[in-house]
Design a protein around this ligand. Structure first.
Ligand code: 9UX
Length: 68
């Protein structure tokens, strides 16, 4: 289990935060998600053998946001 912090650009309201939380929480091996509008970030605890950093970023991008 590791913790990854992604920079997420493009979130402008609480609905965006919930969207990002939802797509990250849905990934296999994700056990904790904290998304901050103010910090433009998503902090995720995950089993990297099931979902790695690239999968996290891709899920956020597919939801319509920039992630790095
Ligand atoms: Mo808020 Mo985000 O109405 O795409 S959900 S701006």
């Amino acid at each position: 289990m590791i913790e990854t912090k992604l920079a997420v650009k493009g979130m402008t309201c609480g609905g965006c935060v919930r969207s990002v939380e939802r797509v990250l929480t849905a990934l296999p091996g994700v056990t904790r998600v904290e998304v901050s509008l103010e910090l433009a970030s998503a902090t995720v605890q995950h089993d990297e053998a099931r979902s790695g950093k690239a999968e996290l970023a891709r899920a956020v991008q597919e939801a319509g946001f920039e992630a790095a």
